[in-house]
Design a protein around this ligand. Structure first.
Ligand code: PLP
Length: 469
């Protein structure tokens, strides 16, 4: 028998950890109830302290592309651990990982490893300011780029879940350096640059936003960002912390810019996806990627999948910009645990395993699960829309979302969010763990098989009924 319930553990946590959690969305604030305290995770399943097993659609918020605790990744980490936990000195594995990223995403001419996505985006912004000598940064409402001071304005993810405009503790003078624009609005982008273009260092964007729910970029929106930034001498930062190495071997950049993926405005669920390619090729020998790519950002940020479940993230891109980083250049950045040997081992093993088969399985399962849940909601007359960007998806509720789709943060917040909590809990009661917020993407892994899909299909009708009431 388990010795402590989830409720016992949550109460104990509250006494020593603010809110009982180390990251706000884990507290179930917007859905209510007690979070499951996880004791183990294997494949597509997680088990909690009470011994209950769930089909997991959280995937540790993205890293678990292969499923949890893939035996080859675990073996690589164990082997690395036996050689030492941290050296604070360069290792060959860091170079190997940077090379592996460049083979997949050839615009990443140089890469620096850090430990979190927050550090990666913070460094990308500092680099853009250092490269341009300008201070302002443009971000889009509903996009989340981690929790550094300047990037919290109108941020998605947990900031959206908590219904917050930003964060206390951010000086006004710092917040004023960030201009926030509506997503998918080329006119607003052009107007902003027409007014203040000479002061803007960079536009940072999630090329496929997934932190206000999944909001696909309108066809041509990423191209427009590239065009407008280039016209005004500003940098484009593609934050692929979430989408990188998840929606395809070269992330969303590979899928959209190279393979021509387009959001289908009317019925995103019906669209057949192109199979994602490797612009650099697994051998790095496609010299034509620059001609094939519809847009190429100056900088990318990566996280989540690149560390295979261990803290690791990266910033990379144009050599001339990246070489502004210390020790070569004047832009400072550092990290005690940057390039940690356990994390690089997990990242290398994960990328080595993430082949075409993995990406097509994840894409197929995501469509299948989205369609099953969508059909159950349809049967109950719940107005909704399943929105996809490649294998990322989430469900938007309400008649406006159903009729027009959700294309920006205002529309995401205007949906019938109240339907989500009962929907979520019905799934949880049936042993299916969704991300505990309507503003988060659902994460599918290559380990989601027929048995998991059947569990989801069996749970969906009751969840749809709960959402209907
Ligand atoms: N950027 C994006 C697009 C993210 O989704 C996240 C986290 O969810 C981050 C940055 C921040 O990454 P981390 O939580 O590792 O700091």
């Amino acid at each position: 028998m388990p010795s402590a319930t989830n409720a016992d553990l949550f109460a104990a946590a509250h006494a020593v950890i603010p809110g009982g959690v180390d990251s706000p969305v884990r507290a179930f604030g917007s859905v209510g109830g007690t979070p499951a305290f996880i004791t183990s995770a294997h494949g597509a399943r997680v088990t909690d302290a009470e011994g209950r097993e769930y089909v997991d659609l959280v995937g540790s918020w993205g890293p678990a592309l292969l499923g949890h605790a893939h035996s080859e990744v675990v073996a690589a980490v164990q082997a690395a651990a036996a050689r030492g936990l941290s050296f604070g000195a360069p290792t060959a594995a860091e170079t190997e990982l940077a090379e592996a990223v460049r083979r997949r995403v050839p615009p990443v001419e140089r890469l620096r490893l850090v430990s979190t996505g927050t550090e990666a985006t913070m460094t990308a912004v500092r680099l853009a300011r250092g490269a341009t000598g300008r201070d302002l940064v443009v971000k889009f409402a509903g996009c989340y780029h981690g929790h550094s001071d300047g990037l919290l304005s109108a941020a998605g993810s947990g900031v959206a879940t908590g219904g917050l405009p930003g964060s206390a503790g951010v000086p006004e003078a710092v917040a004023a350096q960030t201009l926030v624009l509506p997503y998918n609005d080329v006119d607003a982008l052009e107007a902003c640059f027409a007014a203040r273009g000479e002061e803007i260092a960079a536009v940072i964007t999630e090329p496929a936003p997934a932190n206000m729910g999944v909001v696909p970029p309108a066809p041509g929106f990423n191209v427009a960002i590239r065009r407008v930034t280039a016209e005004h001498g500003a940098l484009m930062i593609a934050d692929e912390v979430l989408s990188g190495f998840r929606v395809g071997p070269a992330g969303f950049w590979g899928l959209e810019a190279v393979d021509g993926w387009e959001a289908e405005v009317v019925d995103p669920g019906a669209r057949t996806q192109p199979s994602p390619s490797w612009p650099g090729g697994p051998d790095g020998n496609d010299a034509n990627w620059r001609e094939r790519a519809a847009w190429v950002p100056d900088l990318f940020t990566f996280g989540k999948v690149i560390g295979g479940g261990i803290p690791l993230a990266a910033v990379g891109g144009r050599a001339d910009v990246m070489e502004l980083l210390a020790p070569l250049g004047p832009v400072y950045q550092a990290g005690t645990l940057s390039g940690n040997p356990l994390a690089t081992a997990a990242g290398l093993a994960t990328l080595a395993l993430a082949d075409d088969g993995v990406y097509s399985t994840v894409a197929h399962r995501a469509r299948e699960i989205g369609a099953i849940v969508g059909a159950a909601l349809e049967d109950e007359g719940v107005p909704h829309r399943v929105q996809y960007s490649g294998s990322l998806f989430s469900i938007m509720f309400g008649p406006a979302a159903a009729a027009e789709g959700v294309r920006d943060y205002d529309a995401a917040r205007a949906q019938e969010t109240w339907r989500f909590a009962p929907f979520f809990h019905a799934f949880l009661d049936a042993g299916v763990a969704l991300p505990p917020s309507v503003f988060e993407a659902w994460f599918v892994s290559a380990a989601h098989g027929d048995a998991e899909v059947e569990r989801i299909a069996a749970a969906a009708p009751a969840a749809a009924r709960a959402a209907a009431s």
